[in-house]
Design a protein around this ligand. Sequence first.
Ligand code: DLL
Length: 447
Amino acid sequence: MIATVPDIDTASLDLEERMSRDEIEALQLRRLRHTVQYAYERVPHYTKKFDDHGVHPSDLKELADLGKFPFTTKEDLRQTYPAGMFAVPMNQVARIHASSGTTGQPTVVGYTKTDLDNWATLAARSLRASGVRPGDKVHNAYGYGLFTGGLGAHYGAEKLGCTVIPISGGQTERQIQLILDFRPSVILSTPTYLLTIFDAMRASGIDPTHTSLRHAVLGAEPWTEEMRREIEVSGNLHACDIYGLSEVMGPGVAGESVETKDGSHIWEDHFRPEIIDPVETTRVLGDGEHGELVFTSLTKEALPIIRYRTHDLTRLLPGTARPGMRRMGRIIGRSDDMIILRGVNVFPSQIEEIALRIPALSPHFQLEITRPMHMDQLAVRIEHREGVSADDARSAGQELTRLIKIHVGSTCQTDVVEPGSLARSNGKLRRIYDLRNKEQGDLYVRR
Ligand code: DLL
């Protein structure tokens, strides 16, 4: 039984977290009108894009008018590398982050002092929603450096009033030692790295359910409800989601409430989300409909971002714990992570969901796609759990193949391997190995 979380004192919430939907939308409209004007005036790339698109900031009269404006993509940031989309001179940029890209050309993002302060506020808000409280000791295993995870979560936890242990990712044995020595109540990491830490604890005879950890705030990669259950049971803690992306800010664009555990609330006082049809991209979809998540920043100074296409597939849902702000459903996957296998769309999260229903199988798996005889083939390589016999492992593999055929509609080959034999990550895990164009050396590399 995981410890209960004391009720949040609503007086400790930010003013905006207590706003009604109407108040949030009024605030959004005001901030949005300012942002499009600001971007148009200060960033030549936006001036040209808006002009080419035949739209002017004065066309934004109500929130729905945002749909008239052009999208921004990773390509726009690449074309203007490194700082061509910044809206302030470099001497006002207090920090830079970057995300690595498939082509080796990173995308660079910048923050003014005010941006950093807003980011810390939102990261703190996300952590507090997930059950973290002032005075908690926070073990931060997100990577520090150009990746936004480490420093973003760090300043959020400090702003909330926590003691931060800035361990970063990797050196798993050391992570465990520090958890035992410093007794943090909170851990921040990717979901797959937390599994790696738990596995390493068990291997050294430490029961992960008996540590000081009570809350985990996990993100930076897709994970499922089945994975939440796995982590909560393995670690005897509450696991909540945190979402974000560098181009929009970093961790803390949205955060999940521990009381409801029903998806992350998007902090709509700072970001206006839309869901679009990823194929017919002119179409904005309604709440509840699945599509690609698009964000417009409402307060950013250094890098205002208008209608940024995240490639993340999800849907918008009404607010619950914060009624004025909408939630996002779990991210099913990224449109560029979707495997199209003989016409059927397959996401790693679907495989995760199915595999974790089979008791003999672990959450450690990889997907390999090949094209023998010009026919796409999917192989699932998955570890069985400790103590499972060879016969049971074999039948678990057959069961996985059968369930994938029924629930996903794809025929795949399943290879059940020994515990510990697949690569682990220190951060974001690479699940897909696309070997279809191997001859050309065009291996799939996750962004
Ligand atoms: O991953 C920021 C972050 C750090 C978020 C730590 C949460 C915690 P990027 O490296 O730019 O930034 O990657 C952003 O990661 O578009 C999603 O595809 C994925 N992602 C991030 N959070 C989640 C999540 C950080 N909670 C990309 N669930 C995004 C699913 C996530 N996917």
